[in-house]
Design a binder for this molecule. Structure first.
Ligand SMILES: Cc1cc2nc3c(=O)[nH]c(=O)nc-3n(C[C@H](O)[C@H](O)[C@H](O)COP(=O)(O)OP(=O)(O)OC[C@H]3O[C@@H](n4cnc5c(N)ncnc54)[C@H](O)[C@@H]3O)c2cc1C
Length: 436
């Protein structure tokens, strides 16, 4: 059996790894020149690291299992990590329960309400109820307006921009679940992990395993069209060539699906609605000196043009980055945001001004290089009743499947969820397609 996969991001490649373990052969079509999509790498000159920042949490059991399956367990490194909050022009560490209790932006009552919201949120099992209420209404109901205004609202604005008003409470519930699990229960201290060499190590190993099994990843191969054959099976047209597959699994964002496949192929048995995605604009800076002790610094300040600082070098050993310091400055933006109209030069200088405001002692002579990275389709927005509007995995056509991050109805966007989604799919797919 021959299986085609559209999209060579983390989803498509994880899927190809699982399919290649069976008696089927697989071919992945990836439009870019590199594997990995949003998890791909970038050659920064003195070293190679992820284009966007990634960490692995100790609770990412599916992902860690896959890394071990690829014999890369020894390449996983765990380090203590720190979280900060920038508010009222000051930096605060909120990396332990004690620091959280000392956090001055909230009074004791507000902190109690916040702790209650997090504790209560982490115990909720029935997420479906949370789909019916906006995140704002739910957080105010749980923790009061003051805690919302002082703590949650800046964070939501940072993560979702103005869109946070229409997102459901599932969004914050998934964050509470994922991030607060990162604190090991024994020490109540955060630990995070990374793979030596970044995600490139993962993709290179996966590719070499695939080719040993006679399967293939075709780069620079944007799928132009996907057509159903009258006698069964699916034809993929790419680089003006037609190729037949018994089954095709589509893993790219939904806007691509609308472009390459006829609506009748993926029509759902239930009504779907267009899924809105947030994009990300991210300045990456390589410097001679360290900029931040935090892995994540959340920024609650409208004067700063980015919404967080990710101090990759606070986590990753310096020998991984040629003894230079790697920092990411992301801003999440909706598709119609004016930021997309700005040139890369304008965005870079805007973000650099923000760096100087945040770190007045920062000396521009310490910059080794800057890089601007953008991605338009990143985070599907979990609006009210989201799970009722997304496409099913099995389409009306028995040989065509959709498997992508828009289907994460009760999870944040992360690679652990991707592996979980793929493995659940494979259990059913193997039986249905008689793969062994
Ligand atoms: C800023 C940022 C930070 C993140 N941090 C973390 C983190 O710390 N931890 C974590 O676990 N996850 C993190 N993630 C999420 C992680 O990157 C995603 O879970 C993962 O990359 C999603 O993979 P995907 O394959 O579903 O989607 P994508 O990566 O979007 O893959 C889709 C692929 O389809 C390809 N494609 C598009 N059109 C076509 C076509 N016509 N033909 C063929 N191919 C096509 C694209 O080029 C792309 O490679 C982060 C993401 C971002 C953006």
């Amino acid at each position: 059996m021959k299986i085609g996969i559209v999209g060579g991001g983390f989803m498509g490649l994880t899927l190809s790894h699982e399919i290649a373990k069976t008696n089927a052969s697989v071919k992945v079509f990836e439009s870019a020149a590199h594997m990995g999509g949003l998890s791909t790498h970038k050659d920064y000159g003195p070293f190679v690291w992820d284009r966007f920042y990634h960490v692995i949490l100790p609770t990412d059991n599916y992902l860690i299992g896959l890394i071990e399956d690829l014999d890369l367990g020894d390449e996983l490194c765990w380090r203590r990590s720190y979280t900060g909050y920038y508010v009222q022009k000051k930096f605060y560490s909120i990396s332990s329960s004690k620091e959280f209790l000392l956090f001055p932006a909230l009074n004791l009552w507000d902190k109690g309400m916040l702790a209650f919201t997090i504790f209560y949120g982490s115990k909720i099992k029935d997420w479906k109820k949370l789909e019916k209420i906006t995140v704002k209404d739910w957080l105010i109901k749980m923790g009061g307006r003051a805690t919302y205004e002082k703590f949650w609202s800046p964070l939501l604005l940072a993560k979702l921009g103005e869109n946070h008003e229409k997102v459901s409470a599932v969004f914050i519930w998934t964050y509470i679940k994922r991030l607060f699990q990162a604190r090991s229960s024994a020490a109540q201290k955060e630990h995070m992990g990374y793979l030596k060499g970044g995600y490139k190590t993962f993709f290179d190993t996966l590719q070499s395993n695939l080719s040993k099994k006679g399967s293939e990843i075709a780069l620079n191969s944007a799928v132009q069209s996907v057509k159903a054959n009258p006698e069964g099976g699916i034809t993929i047209i790419c680089n003006d060539k037609e190729e037949y597959f018994d089954k095709v699994i589509f893993t790219s964002p939904l806007n691509v699906l609308n472009k390459v496949a006829n609506q009748s192929l993926f029509e759902s048995s239930k009504p779907t609605a267009p899924v809105e995605y947030l994009g990300v604009i991210c300045l990456v800076m390589i410097t001679k000196k360290s900029l931040t002790p935090y892995y994540v610094l959340n920024i609650a300040d409208k004067e700063i043009p980015f919404t967080g600082v990710i101090g990759m070098s606070s986590l990753v050993d310096l020998d991984q980055t040629a003894n230079e310091h790697l920092t990411y400055f992301p801003k999440y933006v909706s598709a119609n945001d004016a930021y997309w109209q700005k040139s890369d030069e304008e965005l870079t200088s805007l973000f650099l001004e923000g760096v100087s405001k945040l770190y007045p002692d920062f000396d521009e002579n310490d910059i080794v290089s800057t890089h601007l990275h953008k991605a338009l389709k990143v985070q599907p927005l979990q609006v009210l009743n989201y799970s009722e509007t997304i496409p099913d995995v099995q389409t009306k056509h028995k040989d065509f499947y959709i498997l992508n991050t828009s289907q994460f109805v009760n999870d944040t966007l992360n690679n652990n969820s991707v592996v979980n989604h793929v493995q659940k799919f494979m259990t059913k797919f193997k039986t249905e397609s008689n793969l062994h």
